[in-house]
Write a protein that binds this ligand. Structure first.
Ligand code: ACO
Length: 370
């Protein structure tokens, strides 16, 4: 059969928006991103109002109205604690299968193994599981004994305790809570949209959030903070900042931690995380150096792209914060998933309650049969 030369489009007359830019795909009560004003609203609150609150309090806001029995933040903390213990038990038989996988691939495998017939509410178990799995993945890869969860701790505190096998310092717990809250939800980003598409088929919450994680893994979405540190290391000294950044841009590379599809002004999450990282007791030298790199990068990007305002994005200060609280850089996407799991689970619940099968059309531009 020879292909026809005809390329006549046969369906919708209008061209699709590349990357679905500016397409409103659904209504949500969960979060709103205003890229022109540089604002992020999560469940009726500006991000800046939520910063400083515990992750469990944001879960209360996000899940409220989506589950039959609304829970207070205290009740959520207690249920998450129990669910962390359950996730730790579920994970044990699967650990030998993680050799040779990266931390995010390991997390993908462990989350995919959560059983659909689990007695625990799936949204609670999914949120509880990510820190348990991530701490175990990191420790196992380093040949360290695993640390069991402590159901009495807050979610952020237990994450750090399972990671480091020591009681975590208060300033680090506060910083991690701020990070988890800051990345908890962000409109219809690629991973949330992927999770909602899967939820719309009624495939179930675990399948939906695994789809979200797969989308998050890419370097254009959740895979950027590790490379931010690689960039800071490669620059090395203050004297090399401008030359290094100039050479990188001359080679046509993108500077990691800058630019955003939606924000045309500064990403508000970058400011919240900058403040959180500055409040940490140690690490000030690294942060001061990063501030100089940021200033030079913004100035060069502005010179080269005067019509495309490129600003610092969330990943830049994520990298500094997660490094300062003790996560290895190859696990940063997992920690992002620990926070974003709040949004994914809420969006899946919202989609299941209110949504319809998501099934857009494509415009055929291939050959027509002869
Ligand atoms: N460094 C240098 N140039 C850049 C950067 C950057 N970080 N970001 C965009 N540009 C340039 C592009 O090369 C392009 O130039 P051109 O018009 O001459 O081709 C122009 O700015 C517009 O770029 P787009 O690709 O249209 O920007 P888009 O909105 O699609 O991409 C993205 C956004 C993917 C985040 C991009 O800015 C990027 O690659 N940044 C670096 C990676 C990063 O930090 N990712 C984390 C994003 S935050 C998150 O997902 C949680």
């Amino acid at each position: 059969m020879s292909p026809s030369a005809a390329l006549t489009p046969v369906l919708a007359a209008e061209s699709p928006a590349p990357g679905l830019d500016n397409v409103i795909a659904a209504e949500t009560r969960l979060s709103h991103v205003d890229g022109q004003a540089g604002e992020l609203i999560i469940a009726g609150h500006h991000l800046q109002q939520l910063a400083g609150h515990r992750f469990e309090e944001v879960l209360e806001l996000l899940w409220s109205g989506l589950v039959p029995q609304p829970l207070s933040a205290g009740e959520i903390a207690a249920r998450l604690g129990k669910a962390r213990v359950r996730a730790f038990a579920l994970m044990q038989p699967l650990l030998p299968g993680l050799a040779h996988l990266s931390p995010v691939e390991s997390l993908r495998l462990l989350l995919a193994a959560l059983p659909d017939d689990s007695a625990e509410p799936h949204h609670v178990l999914a949120v509880a599981a990510v820190p348990v799995f991530t701490a175990a993945i990191i420790r196992q890869a380093r040949g360290l004994p695993l640390v069991a969860p402590d159901a009495a701790r807050s979610h952020a505190a237990d994450f750090l305790a399972m990671l480091r096998n020591e009681p975590p310092a208060d300033d680090k717990v506060r910083a991690l809570d701020t990070y988890l809250v800051t990345v908890s939800d962000h409109g219809f980003n690629a991973s949330t949209f992927a999770a909602r598409v899967i939820a719309s088929t009624k495939a179930g919450l675990f399948s939906s959030v695994v789809g979200g994680l797969c989308a998050l893994k890419g370097p254009l979405h959740g895979g950027a903070p590790g490379p931010v540190l690689d960039m800071l290391d490669a620059i090395g000294t203050e004297a090399r900042i401008v030359d290094w950044l100039t050479d990188s841009l001359d080679r046509g590379e993108r500077l990691m931690g800058f630019g955003h599809r939606i924000y045309r002004v500064r990403d508000p999450r970058a400011d919240v995380l900058k403040e959180a990282v500055s409040a940490l007791k140690d690490g000030s030298g690294r942060i001061a150096f990063a501030g100089k790199v940021e200033a030079a990068a913004l100035s060069l990007l502005h010179e080269r792209k005067p019509l495309r305002p490129l600003q610092t994005n969330v990943e830049f200060y994520t990298a500094l914060l997660l490094e300062a609280v003790g996560f290895p850089r190859d696990s940063f996407t997992n920690v992002f998933a620990a926070g974003r799991m709040a949004g994914w689970t809420a969006h899946v619940l919202e989609q299941e309650l209110t949504g319809r099968l998501i099934r857009p059309q494509s415009r055929y531009v291939g050959p027509m049969p002869a």
